[in-house]
Design a protein around this ligand. Structure first.
Ligand SMILES: [Zn+2]
Length: 412
């Protein structure tokens, strides 16, 4: 089989898709189920139909593009990613996996390959949390990580429900039907830009992802006692911000000493009440985001935080209340798919790194119902989610070639 990627066509399609945007070029803003997103979806569907592929859509708008195998009863070999983009983003995040996936299928068709398992490109709905406040809406529903009932309760920034918004966008059927049947996939492989600097720095063109980190997020509220910044003596104070500061440093220490560089913890929001220069902070609310590739290690950091909540509360006579916002489990790639990806790289003489995905992707959720792995390509300076996000046509074509080779090996 002589596989050839049409790099020029793929590149011009990436440029064309970037034009469906609510921001001026080079920025891309494409929020799920807006007019631009709908136009972009329609445009991609036409490209898929031109390749002779079968397009269907589920109730949340996840789009399945099928190249039917010679034995359609076998589980599917899947690939895909997302085309929604956060405000003022770039043109490669997600898109490389969708248009690269399509190009991989076209390259296999052109090479005369005949799959035994059906090969399916999947375009996930709302990987980005922009509209409904939760990332990976489509893949959470596909995997049953999010129930149809819980999805129906989500609303967008204007108060419109998922139900309303999806119906208006023309999605029919019930959300209960989105969950994939058991053993639907034989394998799922997502091609994606790294969104980090490692491949570029190491001058290696490909990354085979062995594990995907996942976040846990909490909101912690500390309540102390307010008062006059001049009149209340230091020994009498129950300063909520000083208590929160101690908590934050304990969290940092727990993450730094977890034993792995994969453990990261961040407090990105700190609201102080009443927030006056001459008033002792009476109440503080902080956000906590803890990520790891090991659930046990991440739980260790959470425990350290909880213990600190107790001890600091006792020591400083403040009340500390923590509330879980989200907790997703990390995922391990399937060893057989990782081996296939490595084999595909080696077959074409491409160097690769075995890596961790520190950002999460739809593949994290698909891993709950299917064997998954991911393939990374470099992006300039590791930039992503910004207008100057860039992946070179050569790197994209290389990733697409390895994806095509891998799909062929898996679908034989
Ligand atoms: Zn993405």
């Amino acid at each position: 089989m002589k596989l050839a990627i049409d790099q020029e066509r793929l590149n011009s399609e990436i440029e064309a898709l970037a034009a469906f945007s609510d921001a001026d070029a080079p920025a891309v803003t494409r929020v799920v189920f807006t007019a631009k997103d709908m136009e972009a979806r329609a445009w991609v569907k036409v490209r898929c139909e031109e390749a002779g592929l079968l397009v269907r859509q589920d109730a949340i708008g996840n789009t399945f593009v099928r190249w039917t195998g010679s034995d359609p009863t076998l589980p599917v070999v899947g690939t895909g990613s997302h085309i929604d983009a956060i405000p003022n983003a770039g043109k490669y995040d997600g898109v490389v996996g969708v248009l690269g996936g399509l190009e991989a299928i076209r390259a296999l068709q052109q090479a005369g390959f005949r799959p035994r398992h059906s090969i399916e490109l999947l375009i996930f709905t709302a990987e980005e949390p922009t509209r409904f406040g939760i990332g990976c809406l489509g893949s959470r529903l596909l995997s049953g990580t999010l129930s149809a009932d819980a999805a129906r309760k989500l609303t967008d920034n204007d108060g419109a429900s998922v139900e309303e918004v999806r119906r208006k966008a023309g999605m029919t059927g019930e959300l209960e039907q989105v969950k994939l049947p058991t053993a639907y996939y034989k394998a799922f492989v997502e091609l994606h830009i790294e969104q980090g600097p490692i491949l570029e720095r190491e001058h290696v063109p490909l990354g085979v992802v062995e594990r995907i980190a996942a976040p846990a997020s909490l909101r912690v509220t500390v309540e102390g006692a307010g008062g006059h910044a001049g009149a209340v003596l230091m020994t009498e104070r129950k300063d909520a911000l000083c208590a929160a500061a101690e908590l934050i440093l304990t969290l940092e220490q727990a993450a730094r000493t977890s034993g792995s560089i994969d453990t990261v913890a961040t407090v990105g929001i700190c609201d102080v009440f009443p927030g006056a220069v001459n008033s002792i902070p009476a109440k503080v609310r902080i956000s906590v985001d803890i990520r790891d590739t090991s659930l046990a290690r991440r739980d260790g950091v959470v425990r350290a935080l909880e213990e600190a909540c107790h001890s600091i509360s006792a020591k400083r006579q403040v009340t500390v209340h923590s509330e879980w916002l989200n907790s997703d489990a990390p995922a391990e790639s399937d060893p057989a798919i990782v081996a296939t990806l490595r084999h595909a790289c080696e077959k074409h003489g491409f160097r690769f790194l075995l890596m961790t995905s520190r950002a999460y992707h739809d593949s994290l959720f698909i891993s709950r119902v299917a064997p998954v792995a991911m393939l990374f390509i470099p992006c300039r300076n590791g930039y992503s989610h910004r207008p100057d996000e860039f992946a070179s046509p050569d790197d994209i074509a290389r990733g697409t070639l390895v994806l095509a080779e891998t799909l062929a090996m898996l679908a034989e």
